[in-house]
Write a protein that binds this ligand. Sequence first.
Ligand code: HEC
Length: 450
Amino acid sequence: MAVKATTIALLLAAGALAADVTSAPTFHKNVLPILQDHCQECHRPGEIGPFSMMSYQEVRPWAKSIRQAVVSKKMPPWHADDAHSAKMSNDRSLSKDEIDVLTAWADAGAPAGDPKDAPAPRRFPEGWNIGKPDVVLDLGTDFKVPAKGAVEYTLFLAHTNFTEDKWISAVEVRPSQRSVVHHIVVHVRPPGSTHWSYLKIGEPYPESIMPKETPVNRPPQSDRSVLTFTPNQDEWLAEYFPGSNGFVAPPGKAKLIPAGSDIIFQMHYTPNGKETVDRSTIGLVFAKEPPTERIFNVGLNNMSLRIPPGESHHRVDTNIVIPNDVTLARITPHMHLRGSGFGLEVTYPSGERESILEVPRFDFNWQMTYVLDKPKLLPKGTKVHMTAYYDNSPNNKYNPDPSKEIYWGEQSWDEMITGFFDMTIPLSADPSKVLPAPMRAAAPAQTAAR
Ligand code: HEC
């Protein structure tokens, strides 16, 4: 009898213990689904995350760092303040509940749980994220990235050889060596453009030997808040930054590459301690049917910026009025090493104001594109206010020289403020009339030697 009572007591105790353990989140049941949704895109073999998060064995040693990274919001990388931004479809930030699960799991000693509770593994496309491209173009030459030192922005030219206009429904820019590619911007240059006329196939052009087309590194002469839209000169087509997965247009929408256009790769390399050879590529998927709307890219710049030495919170405002109805779909804030904050706000013709994007901790190392979950119609007369903040103080650990006054320039030690915006308009509208007047500094008056 006594024996039996003890057994029952033990069984009860064991039951209570089991209940305790099952109430703590386990890897397989609670943690893995979060990692699949928010982390594995970068934390798996071949991607930029410094360790893989595919299995319990791989993740277990990192439990404490994961706790710290998610509580401090360092990971996953997402720098918008969601409370003051429109909903973004590529928002990868964690909810409070998800952060609580990861924290409770780490605090409970990172239990594995039952592998039978695990979700099916997430499948990632091998190679291209956008599906098989119809055309792949590359830099035209191997580029040797030195082991150390700074590499200037370098341009490369590729011919599309398109004999007819092409509608592009998906595009992806892929470094061949992710460890040395900081970011890439790819432009389309239509025939007849005089922009970058000195580029030749297979010949990398470092920025310092290029003829200057914009006032670089000298004090501004006048207010230069400009909306750059020069589709007859060039247009931003696509970008790569760590974690970017290519662009797939919504149904019925596409980007245009006119017949005979060229592709310009603007490469930003960062040496990683070992000489590395890169030959980045771009893949294009043609629209299966003609679109009803065209997506095109404009840049809103303020070339009159002037950042005093040592200033820790210098604000630059840029304002324009939208001259015709357009729909805003994607936003890429672009600043350099001193960039510390970004805001985009609109005032509709009705007087209503809306904050579209607020990036309180801009991070140069994460050039990110924010994709509006619901594109915003900006009717004619909408005022667009763009705000940028810079930290030119010694407290900014990326600051190359806090003692210098800083002006507009394309190198990362100079500064820029550009909001790159993907806009859509009906196919029947002419984009050069929708956003008229190329308001940038004139391209050099020389004939294209192509
Ligand atoms: C867009 C790519 C990307 C995503 C998504 C991502 N990471 Fe990372 N992660 C990185 C990169 C790159 C690094 C190394 C550089 C750095 O620390 O910024 C890193 C570093 C880390 C580190 C080491 C931090 C440190 O301080 O050394 C941890 C822990 C981490 N990530 C956890 C996570 C978790 C957890 C998630 C998902 C909730 C996640 N990451 C999502 C790219 C990513």
